[in-house]
Design a protein around this ligand. Structure first.
Ligand code: PXP
Length: 247
C-alpha cells in the first residue's frame, strides 16, 4: 500500500455555471463546504486574470468558510500576488495563463523565467505559504522548480488525459511514462509531487498509482458528474477510483 493520496477538489466550474446567468446560484462556497463534508482533503480555486469563474470575493469567502487547506491557483502577476498574500491560503499554485508563459507541455515556463520566479515566490515563502508550480513533465522544468525553491510541483496531466479520452493509447502511455518518471525525479530532488488537469474516473487510476504522488487536483469532471449524481457521490466515486489504484 502506498502512502495515502490527497484529493484536492477544484470548484471553479460551480462559479462558471453561476456566472452564465449572473446572480448568486450555484454558490461556490456551498460547493466547497459540501466537498469538505464529503471528504475532500483540500479546496482548489483559480482566480483568473479575466475572472471568468472565481471572483475575488469568492476566494475570500471560501478561505473564511473552510477548515481544510485552500490551494490558490493564479498567474504569476503582481495583482495576483497581492491578492494571494492578503488571502493567506495554505498554498499557491502558479499556472500559465498566457501563451508566452507556457512550456511545450502547456505547463508553466519555469526554466526560462527562473530569476523572476525565484523573486516572485519569496514573499510567499516568507509568509509560510507553500509554493506549487504547475509544470509539464519535463526534466528542465523540474530542475528549475527545485532550483528556485518551490515546495511542490503539480505535473500537468492534460496531454495524458486528452490522449486517453481519444483512445490514442500509445500516446497516453508515453505521456504517462513521462509523468511517472518526472514524479520520481522531482521527489528525488526534494519536491512534493502533485498531479492534475483533465482527470476522470477512467483516467485517474494510472496517475493515482504513481507512488510519489501526494495529491491530485480534480475539478471539471467532478463538477460535471455532480449534475447527475450529486457532489458527494461524485467525490465518493473519485475517491474509490483513486483508492483502488493505490492499493
Ligand atoms: N490543477 C491545475 C493546476 C489546474 O489549473 C486545473 C484546472 O484549473 C486543475 C488542476 C483541475 O483540472 P480539471 O478541472 O480539468 O480537473
Amino acid at each position: 500500500m502506498n502512502s495515502p493520496l490527497r484529493l484536492g477538489v477544484n470548484i471553479d466550474h460551480v462559479a462558471t455555471v453561476r456566472n452564465a446567468r449572473g446572480g448568486d446560484n450555484p454558490d461556490p462556497v456551498r460547493a466547497a463546504l459540501l466537498a469538505q463534508k464529503a471528504g475532500a482533503d483540500g479546496i482548489t480555486a483559480h482566480l483568473r486574470e479575466d475572472r471568468r469563474h472565481i471572483r475575488d470575493e469568492d476566494m475570500a469567502a471560501i478561505k473564511a468558510a473552510i477548515d481544510i487547506p485552500l490551494n490558490f491557483e493564479m498567474a504569476a502577476t503582481d495583482e495576483m500576488q497581492a491578492i494571494a498574500l492578503a488571502t493567506q491560503p495554505h498554498a499557491v499554485c502558479l499556472v500559465p495563463e498566457k501563451r508566452e508563459e507556457r512550456t511545450t507541455e502547456g505547463g508553466l515556463e519555469v526554466a526560462g523565467d527562473d530569476n523572476r520566479l525565484a523573486a516572485y515566490i519569496k514573499p510567499f515563502k516568507d509568509a509560510g505559504t507553500r509554493v506549487s508550480l504547475f509544470i509539464g513533465p519535463e526534466q528542465r522544468q523540474v530542475d528549475a522548480a527545485a532550483k528556485i525553491g518551490a515546495d511542490i510541483i503539480e505535473l500537468h496531466t492534460g496531454t495524458y488525459c486528452d490522449a486517453f479520452a481519444e483512445g490514442r493509447m500509445d500516446e497516453a502511455d508515453a505521456e504517462l511514462a513521462r509523468l511517472v518518471a518526472m514524479g520520481a525525479y522531482g521527489h528525488e530532488a526534494g519536491l512534493e509531487i502533485h498531479y492534475g488537469h483533465g482527470l476522470t474516473f477512467e483516467s485517474v487510476g494510472p496517475i493515482a498509482a504513481i507512488p510519489q504522488a501526494v495529491e491530485l487536483n480534480i475539478g471539471h469532471f467532478i463538477i460535471g458528474e455532480a449534475i447527475f449524481v450529486g457532489l458527494e457521490e461524485a467525490l465518493r466515486q473519485m475517491r474509490a477510483a483513486m483508492d483502488a489504484a493505490r492499493t
